[in-house]
Design a protein around this ligand. Structure first.
Ligand SMILES: NC(=O)c1ccc[n+]([C@@H]2O[C@H](COP(=O)([O-])OP(=O)(O)OC[C@H]3O[C@@H](n4cnc5c(N)ncnc54)[C@H](O)[C@@H]3O)[C@@H](O)[C@H]2O)c1
Ligand SMILES: [Zn+2]
Length: 372
């Protein structure tokens, strides 16, 4: 087992990473304090993993909430259901909420924990790759609103994150690939050797090799923990974690969140951020090609035919990261070096969008072969 620490003073917490952690009752029991525990999961994950958690919590009062599956249920109404159960069972201030599932469950259980009695402890047990490398770490919690994604939320750090790589064995391959987009993102942001490692080991990762997966989860969490430790509330550096996301969110919202998984949209968004960096004279064409090849091998899209370039631009402009009218982008100086800027050329942005959205140009048809 690997243990990392997110250093946030009195809000510091450990991230435990390993194969079969959920089958170790003592280890699990140690991370979950209090007599009263609420396990929040969903209809897919509960039958797979709730029993091992219950076994680890024998002797305590354990109550379950099983939510409906899917991003469309990431709403205030669903969080209200979690709060209702806490209230109905008169859960005390020193209870613990345990989120078992992907980012959707984690974001909602974390938000319920942030709100109940103005904040109770919660533990993340992420069961998707995306949740293990990204959403379970860093304390962003919340729900969607009809007016936008993740518009309602709070910063509330968990007391522990337990990432059992064994849970990834039941994950649909498409979800695994989507999680790998966020992993590639970390290499691009600040770790060129990690990007090289991903190029060398992508086949093992796609085959579900648990050692390779544990390595990428560890490195991804290290990077995220470091950035969050420096900038918990996204006043500066934490924005780097949004590399590819302004483009990716445009893909998601223009296709109504139905066609592409978040990680898939981010895969395309990463390539667009790289191509934009090349248009701005920062990144070499060879580096952009390296990224394109890695994304293609991972099975992620690199061209979005069904959305027109100007339509994509409109969606980018309403992204919530637009600060005082000027859209900020994360760009790359090289693979492994990123920065935030609002100072870029508009024609370069338009050329980037024209290259990656709409009917593919000559030579691009084969590249957009990935279909959801
Ligand atoms: N809080 C943050 O910092 C942060 C960061 C990134 C993403 N997010 C949020 O995370 C969400 C996406 O998370 P996700 O990609 O994990 O999606 P998800 O939670 O919807 O999980 C994907 C699918 O896999 C299923 N599943 C989960 N674990 C499984 C397992 N072990 N075996 C089989 N099936 C399993 C889920 O039930 C779901 O159907 C979005 O709502 C996004 O906004 C939050
Ligand atoms: Zn993301």
């Amino acid at each position: 087992m690997n243990t990392l620490k997110v250093e946030l003073g009195e809000r510091s917490y450990p991230i435990l990473i390993g194969h079969g952690l959920l089958a170790q009752p003592e280890l699990i029991g140690r991370q979950i304090a209090g007599r009263d525990v609420l396990i929040v999961s969903n209809t897919i994950v509960a039958p797979l993993y709730a029993a091992s958690l219950r076994a680890a919590l024998r002797g305590r009062r354990v109550v379950d909430v099983v939510l409906p599956d899917g991003e469309s249920h990431k709403t205030l109404a669903t969080v209200a259901r979690i709060l209702d159960v806490l209230v109905a069972n008169r859960f005390p201030r020193d209870c613990t909420v345990v989120a078992v599932g992907g980012g959707v469950v984690g974001d909602m259980a974390g938000f319920a924990a942030a709100c109940y009695q103005r904040g109770v402890a919660y533990v993340q047990v992420p069961t998707t790759l995306l949740a293990q490398v990204d959403s379970s770490v860093g304390g962003k919690t919340g729900v969607n609103h009809p007016g936008g994604k993740n518009l309602i939320g709070a910063f509330h750090q968990p007391v522990a994150v337990i990432a059992d790589t064994h849970t990834l064995s039941s994950l649909p391959p498409r979800e695994l690939r989507a999680g790998l987009a966020e992993v590639i993102k970390y290499g691009l942001i600040c770790d060129a050797p990690f990007f090289d490692w991903l190029e060398a080991h992508m086949d093992e990762l796609l085959a579900g090799d648990s050692q390779a997966l544990a390595h990428v989860i560890r490195r991804s969490c290290e990077i995220k923990a470091q950035i969050v430790g420096r900038d918990e509330r996204e006043q500066g550096d934490r924005a780097l974690l949004n590399l590819g996301h302004t483009f990716g969110h445009a893909v998601e919202s223009a296709t109504h969140y139905t066609r592409w998984l978040h990680g898939e949209a981010i895969g395309a968004g990463l390539l667009m951020a790289a191509a934009m960096s090349r248009e701005c004279g920062l990144l070499s064409a060879a580096e952009v090609e390296r990224l394109r090849r890695l994304l293609e091998r991972t099975g992620l899209p690199t061209h979005i035919d069904s959305v027109q370039p100007l339509e994509a631009l409109d969606h980018m402009r309403i992204d919530k990261k637009v600060k005082s009218g000027r859209m900020r982008l994360i760009l790359l100086r090289s693979i492994g070096e990123s920065f935030v800027t609002a100072d870029y050329s508009q024609p370069a942005l338009l050329r980037t969008l024209e290259e990656h959205f709409g009917a593919p140009g000559p030579g691009q048809a084969a590249r957009s072969a990935v279909r959801p």
